[in-house]
Every structure is written in C-alpha cells, then in structure tokens.
Design a binder for this molecule. Structure first.
Ligand SMILES: [Zn+2]
Length: 192
C-alpha cells in the first residue's frame, strides 16, 4: 500500500468510527468513499462504521468496473455520479443521520436549497443542499433522479432516506456532513 493511500484510508476509517461512536450512523446503514490515484475506494456492502477496517473498501474505476473482489455498497452509483461531476471532489459520505432525515420530510420552499441558513456555516462549508424526491434505496430510479439534479446543488438530502455530502478530501466531506446534520437539527427545532 502506498503512503498516500494508507493515510487517506486511515482518516476514512477514523471518520467512520467517529460518526458511529456519536450516534450519527447506526448498524450498517452508512457508506463513504474517497478517490486516490484515479481509483474510487468505497465501503463494501454490509460493512458497519463502528468496526470498519482499512481492508473493508471495494475498489472500482470511474465507470464502476470492479478492481477487487469485494462487493461495493449498493449506493455506489450515487458516489460515482459525484466523482464524474467534478475532478475536485475527492470524497463522498452518505448516512441516515436522524435530523437530516427528519428535515427531508419538511416541505421545501426551494428544492435546490432546502435547508434554511440559521447560521452562516452551512453555506461556508457545504453550499446549497438539494432535496431529492423519494425513490427506493439502491434502485435505478433513485440513481436517475439523483443524476437529473446533480448539477443543481452542492450537497443533497435524499427524501425519507439521508444526506449525501462531498468534499475535496475525506475530512472536508466529514466537516460538511457534520455541519449539515447540525443545521438540520437547528432547522427542525426552529420549525413553525
Ligand atoms: Zn442510504
């Protein structure tokens, strides 16, 4: 394993453990990925963030062709859509974090930017947050509706499902996900 890959891999594992240990994810419901040397490393299907290991990543190219035997998370097409959107995107995190899910039920005034700015930090760290209409997880219908709205926002709430946040690296994506979850919590508590 090269040094750069080893360092990113260790940070990704730390992020997974940190999210799990603070109840931001539970069970095997979350997935994350990062880009290194043109390859995509994504948590394997059924992995649990609480006990994630550096060997729990499936590897694929940008077209989704597998480069290892491990089966990737079934949400991998959403990750690939984001990596193809911009070469500046180096990591993607998807969870089912509670307040982000709660806020996804709330009627959106603007589906391209559905989380209100009660603090300046969401715009600074994440940008706009699009609301993706509900489709069953892991289906081509969900991947298509996500692809259709990919260019309209910076991060996304999958309705009745959870947040998708990307960043230039894994820590950047992690900070963005944390900010989105806290912003949704504030919005939920302030709702009228
Ligand atoms: Zn999911």
């Amino acid at each position: 394993m090269n040094i750069q890959l080893d360092q990113v891999n260790q940070k990704a594992v730390w992020v997974a453990h940190s999210l799990f240990n603070r109840n931001k994810v539970s069970g095997s419901s979350a997935n994350l990925s990062f880009r290194c040397d043109g390859k995509i490393y994504i948590t394997a299907s059924g992995t649990c963030f609480g006990i994630l290991k550096d060997s729990d990543f499936a590897v694929m190219d940008l077209e989704g062709n597998p480069l290892t035997d491990l089966r990737p998370s079934k949400e991998f097409p959403i990750h690939l859509s984001l990596y193809r959107k911009s070469a500046d995107i180096g990591a993607v995190i998807h969870t089912h974090s509670t307040y982000s899910v709660l806020w996804s039920f709330y009627p959106a005034e603007n589906e391209c930017d559905c989380v209100p700015e009660y603090t300046p930090y969401l715009k600074m760290k994440v940008g706009s947050v699009g609301l993706i209409p509900y489709e069953k997880p892991g289906t081509k219908e969900l991947f298509q509706v996500f692809e259709d709205r990919l260019q309209l926002s910076d991060a996304f709430l999958l309705k009745q499902h959870g947040p998708i946040v990307c960043g230039k690296n894994i820590m950047d994506a992690f900070f963005g996900l944390e900010e989105l979850e806290e912003s949704c919590r504030i919005a939920w508590e302030q709702r009228s």
